[in-house]
Every structure is written in C-alpha cells, then in structure tokens.
Ligand binder design. Structure first.
Ligand code: GUN
Ligand code: ZN
Length: 441
C-alpha cells in the first residue's frame, strides 16, 4: 500500500483524553470543531485546532471534511466471523440457538476456501460499518484462523483472533481434543501473534464446551506466551450458568471455573457477564480483566440486561468495551450497538450518555484490549485508524440534526445521540486504516 510521507485531514474531530465514566465530560471529551490531523507513515504526527497548526502544515496535501464528524475507528470487542451468515436466526435462547444454528454453520469452516470467502465479506462489513479493530472468534478449525488472518493482513488491519477450543457437549464435527487444541493453538500463536498488526487470542468457547483439561491447556498457553489474549464467554444466560454449576461442582461459580485454570488475567476479555455476582465483578476488577458488553445479542437471545453501572463503578472498576457478538448480535454497527446499550440502561433506570457510549466504542474498547498506546484516540504517535461520520446521512438524520456544526459540548452530545439512535453503516462516510482511505460509499 502506497503511503505519502506527510498529509493532513481537516474537519471536526471528537475523541477522549480520559474515561467519561470517572472524569467529567468537560474534561474527558476532546472536541475540535475545526481541527487538523497530520499523518506521517500511517501514524499521527500532529493534532490540534486548525488555526494553531495552519502555519506549520498549510503546504501539506489536505483532505477537508466539512459538516462531518471524525472519530477514532470503532473497536468491536467481541464478534464471531463464522456466524456472519446466520445473523438473525429465529426463535431460540443461547443453548438451543448454539445447537440448532451455530454448530452446523461453523462446521462449514473446515473448508478453507469457504472460510476465506466469509472472512473477506466479514472484514468488508466491518469497514463499511466503521469498525477498524475487532476481537474475533474464528471456528474450531485452524484453517479458519489462517483464512481470517490472511484476509486481515491484506487489508493492513489490527485484528485479534483465535481458534475456538471446544472438546465436549457439541457435535463431533466441531470438536477438537484437549491435546489437539493445545498443539494447534500453539502453532497458530507462533505463526500469527504480532505478525504486523495481528494479535492472537487463546479462545476456549465457554466452560460448557471445554473439559477441565482443555481449560488447563489454555492456561498453560497463557503462561508460555504471556502477551497473547484470553477470549471467552462468561455468565450470559441463566440456563448456561446452571449447567456450568453442574459440570463444575467444585468451583465457587462460573468465573471461578476460569480462575482455577489461570484464565482470569489483565489480558482476558469475557463476553457478556450478564449474570455475574457482586463477588465476580470484584474479582474481574482485581484481575484487571475486561468485559465485552453485547447489548444487541443479549436482547436478541433474551439473555438479560448487563449492569454497566456496576462494571464501571469507581470502587471496583472493570474495563468494558462494546461487542456486536454477530451472529447472536443483530448488527455490525457500533452505533446501533450503542443504541441498544442506551435502551438496556433505560430499562434499569440508568442513563448511558452519548459520550460514554462513544468512549466504550473507541478508547474504552482499546483499553479493554490493552491497545490504548496504539489505538482509540488521536493522541500523537498512535496509528491513524479513524472514520468520518455523516450526521445528515439520511433524510431523517438531516431533519433531526439540523444544519449547524455543534459549537458546544451540549450541541455535540445531541448530534452524537441522534447518530447513535438513527445511524448505522449509512452514517459512515469514510474509513481510514493507517492513514489510508480504505472505504467510501
Ligand atoms: N456462548 C458460547 N458460544 C457462544 C456463541 O457463539 N455466541 C454467544 N452469544 N454465546 C456463546
Ligand atoms: Zn459470542
């Protein structure tokens, strides 16, 4: 990919310099109504008000986006690429949904060329929806991981993924063994982890489909490769939690199953956490683990209402990102995911402000994935993955948003809220990866 050494983007920029769940929005939100972003070899070289940077950088080739809103690329902290084609599968809750739809669909990913086709389609969807980084479940087959990483590498994307480990309570066609999952994961880590912008996540599906032996192998891999991730599901559904109790009678609870295998670390991301106990929230806080909040999925499968205010409590803070969880989730759009997160909070008599929701989709997600030194904001030196949102992308959005560019945080919050409630991929006007335009409708 060709890269100009130096170039600039001018427009309205919004990002975060701190966490608005803990720091007032007046101090954590950064808004430049007329800003300049200077890029050098895909990284951010300068960022500030146009009026201040104009003298130094006026000679650079500059792309101007007027009446748009430029934000860091969205980060999806939990999604399954092999489930793309089974989005919107009718009528079941988690365990029946897995058996009826998920396992048969994922069995197709033994075929590498099929996996490659879907991986390319999935990544194109992500870019169209403004998602530039994701933490991704592949399928149980190592070739499904190869297909995914090969596609992501071609697009120069920062992606984290892993082979699903599952050795029981599922059809034989999608099961490995404790030993084979260890060997195959090990080989995939050596092949892909930190190759360019790619990262590996050790990915046991969940406690129900892994034996204790397999979970211990996963823990052993984290010991052998201390900077890989751990990615799994946790406490999503009431029947699931009951089944885990039966399968692991000696554990204190669901999280303890993972803890006893050495899987609860500061590089662990647990999807859902809808049914967590107070003690489990405290344990996740102490371990500096992260939760992927997946509201469209939790509503679609009838799993329940995630307690965002408990996860983000100042006393026991847990890192949180947003996850689409496609195919249980119903949209690739982090805007639509924020929409549903807002409604989940409403049902619990809580408020999720548009800035807090955008934080979860950007810098919060980067922190959940320990990527905040590289991604998630316009800080100098970070990798220039960003998107251009159109606040007037549809006739209804245009009517709702009006014509003025926001000049205050209140006006900006209102515009952003409308984008989240009414926007989706139609609101994504451009997607940039490492400073290069990769998608424009
Ligand atoms: N728990 C175990 N596997 C899955 C999955 O594929 N999707 C969801 N939503 N939950 C799971
Ligand atoms: Zn999931």
């Amino acid at each position: 990919m060709s890269q100009d050494p130096l170039k600039a983007i001018r427009g309205s920029f919004l990002d975060f310099v701190d966490d608005p769940f803990y720091i007032p929005e007046t101090d954590s939100v950064r808004y430049l109504s007329d800003g300049l972003l200077v890029l050098e070899n895909g990284k951010i070289k300068a960022f500030g008000p146009y009026a201040e940077l104009q003298a130094e950088y006026d000679h650079l080739p500059t792309t101007v986006y007027s009446e748009q809103l430029i934000v860091p690329g969205f980060i999806d902290t939990h999604v399954h690429y092999p489930q793309t084609e089974m989005i919107a599968a009718y009528g079941e809750q988690l365990l029946a949904w897995l058996n009826r739809y998920t396992f048969p669909t994922e069995s197709k990913f033994a075929d590498k060329s099929y996996a490659r086709t879907i991986a390319n389609f999935f990544l194109e969807q992500l870019l169209h929806h403004g998602t530039t980084t994701a933490l991704v479940f592949a399928a149980v087959f190592p070739q499904s991981v190869d297909a995914f990483f090969e596609a992501a590498e071609q697009l120069n994307l920062c992606m984290i993924a892993g082979k699903v480990m599952m050795d029981r309570n599922a059809p034989e066609a999608v099961c490995d063994t404790a030993e084979s999952s260890y060997q195959e994961t090990r080989a995939l880590i050596q092949k892909w982890h930190k190759k360019g912008r790619l990262r590996y996540a050790v990915t046991p599906r969940f406690a129900i489909t892994s034996t204790e032996a397999q979970l211990r192998y996963a823990g052993q891999l984290l010991q052998e490769f201390p900077d890989v991730y751990l990615h799994t599901h946790l406490s999503e559904n009431v029947d699931e939690v009951a089944a885990v109790k039966q399968l692991y009678p000696d554990c204190a609870g669901y999280l303890d199953v993972y803890d006893q295998a050495g899987l609860v670390t500061d590089r662990s991301i647990f999807a859902h956490g809808v049914q967590l106990s107070d003690a489990e929230f405290r344990r996740l806080s102490a371990a500096q683990s992260a939760i992927a909040f997946c509201p469209t999925s939790n509503l679609f499968l009838g799993s329940g209402l995630f307690k965002i205010e408990q996860a983000k409590s100042p006393d026991y803070p847990v890192k949180v990102g947003l996850g689409t969880d496609v195919g249980a989730g119903t949209s690739f759009s982090l805007l639509q995911t924020a929409n549903e997160a807002y409604k989940v909070a409403q049902l619990r008599r809580q408020q999720l402000s548009p800035f807090k929701a955008l934080f979860l989709a950007t810098l919060g997600g980067a922190r959940a994935l320990n990527l905040e030194t590289l991604l998630g904001s316009f800080d100098l030196g970070k990798e220039a993955d960003f998107i251009v949102l159109n606040p007037r992308a549809t006739p209804l959005l245009a009517l709702r948003s009006g014509e003025a560019t926001p000049t205050s945080l209140d006006e900006l919050a209102d515009q952003l809220f409308a984008l989240m409630m009414l926007g989706d991929d139609r609101a994504v006007h451009a997607t940039y990866i490492m400073g290069e335009l990769v998608f424009q409708p």
